[in-house]
Design a binder for this molecule. Structure first.
Ligand code: XUL
Ligand code: CO
Length: 439
């Protein structure tokens, strides 16, 4: 059955098109640097927002019909698969991301829940074989049900920990079955509300225990992709343990998990941590931990995770700049962890939203490439650090200078303020504008 009868395959019509149901910048088959845009950008549909999110918020019920014509939840889960594949094919999106419970809800027992999930993943697998569409990553929804009220891996209850392990085991099996190259841990309720009731040390040790078990089990069933942690500083808990990339790196290294885990960076989570999106990507890249991206944007005037479709070209440009510098995506990609506004409630809004986000990233990708090819920014940075290439700088890097040698050098050299040059921030910002607006 076709769900979006009035919408055909979205075509690339170029920047002068005024057709709202056409791509202006995303030309999936355009080859850039030996790869098509769809291969560079690796767009993914998020099963939770797109197939399940009906606009429900803290103040009101849903505005958008996401029942896919089925009252029965089991039938609906199957209908969602058909609708998702139709959306992906019409939008030239090659990947999807899922939580186990987005695919199939909970039933009376874990055994029944697992069996129903298997039926849905069987169906998805068959559709994948037919269409070639792929899974970017999977995850387990260990934060929704009341049993997770105090966390999953960080719950004070060992029974909840055991249940979480069981759920994650199944989610890993589902991810492997669907050919996913990533498995995400987003710490939904892995944090605390008050330290008056919290044993932080035990909670963090336990979270690491759960992740170690997941790695061991995942590798034992043939998962060769990346495990990701998706940092977020707050929401739903007041303080999430995976605060930001730097915090997560410290955690991974402490527990010896850094070889198996990379980052899944979400734009809106970065801004909630008072960082720019680019900052988080740069911290990940610089530490060899860049993995994947949850593409969205927040609203600078709101302090919460609005999960909007990204349209800010400066942000998409600087994001893709970091992705290119990181060598592009390997197992990761651009997952639209984004939802249409509650007031954008019609079926076409799904398409307008994705077109907006995909075009913003296609344009950002081209702008980032141009920025790098232009070379002025890179040259400026290289020149700014030139003192590390020769003389005392090169000696420090080579480990040839100790404190005494540097003291001798400083004493001989005298005042060094004259060795500094301007940071030229405004000039560089104007170069970015120049590159962006002469595209
Ligand atoms: C929540 C969020 C999640 C993760 C997957 O803020 O971003 O949807 O991406 O659990
Ligand atoms: Co996310």
């Amino acid at each position: 059955m076709e769900f979006f009868k009035n919408i055909g395959k979205i075509a690339y019509e170029g920047k002068n098109s005024t057709n709202p149901l056409a791509f202006k910048y995303y030309n999936p088959d355009e080859v850039i640097d030996g790869k098509t845009m769809r291969e560079h950008l690796k767009f993914a549909l998020s099963w939770w927002h797109t197939m399940g999110g009906d606009g429900t918020d803290m103040f009101g019920c849903g505005t958008t019909d996401k029942t896919w014509g089925k009252c029965d939840v089991t039938e609906r889960a199957m209908a969602k698969v058909d609708a998702a594949f139709e959306i992906m094919q019409k939008l030239s999106i090659d990947y999807f991301c899922f939580h186990d419970r987005d695919l199939s809800p909970e039933y009376g027992s874990l055994a029944e829940t697992n069996a129903k999930l298997d039926a849905v993943t069987d169906y998805i697998k068959a559709k994948q074989d037919e269409t070639g569409l792929k899974c970017l990553w999977g995850t387990a929804k260990c934060f929704d049900h009341p049993r997770f009220m105090h966390g999953a891996g960080t719950s004070p209850s060992a029974d909840v920990f055991a249940f979480s392990a069981a759920q994650i085991k199944k989610a890993l099996e589902s991810t492997v079955k669907l050919g996913g190259n990533g498995y995400v841990f987003w710490g939904g309720r892995e944090g605390y509300e008050t330290l008056l009731n919290t044993n932080m040390g035990l909670e963090l040790d336990n979270m690491a225990r759960l992740m170690k078990m997941a790695v061991e089990y995942g590798r034992s069933i043939g998962f060769t992709g990346d495990f990701y942690i998706e940092p977020k500083p707050k929401e739903p808990t007041k303080h999430q343990y995976d605060f930001d990339t730097a915090t997560v790196l410290g955690f991974l290294r402490k527990y010896g998990l850094d070889k198996d885990f990379k980052m899944n960076i979400e734009a809106n989570h970065a801004t909630l941590a008072q960082h720019t999106f680019q900052h988080e990507l740069c911290v990940a890249r610089t530490n060899g931990a860049f993995g994947s991206i949850d593409a969205n944007q927040g609203d600078p005037l709101l302090g919460w995770d609005t999960d909007q479709f990204p349209t800010n070209i400066y942000d998409t440009t600087m994001c893709m700049y970091e992705v290119i510098k990181a060598g592009g995506f390997t197992n990761g990609g651009l997952n639209f962890d984004a939802k249409a506004r509650r007031g954008s409630f019609t079926p076409e809004d799904i398409f307008y939203s994705y077109i907006a986000g995909m075009d913003a990233f296609a344009l950002g990708f081209k702008a980032a490439q141009k920025l790098i090819a232009d070379g002025r920014i890179d040259k400026f940075i290289a020149d700014r650090y030139a003192s590390w290439n020769t003389g005392i700088g090169a000696d420090i890097i080579a480990g040839k200078a100790d404190m005494a040698a540097l003291e001798k050098y400083a004493l001989e050299k005298g005042e060094v303020t004259a060795s500094l040059s301007s940071g030229r921030q405004e000039m560089l910002e104007s170069i970015v504008n120049n590159v962006l607006f002469t595209l």
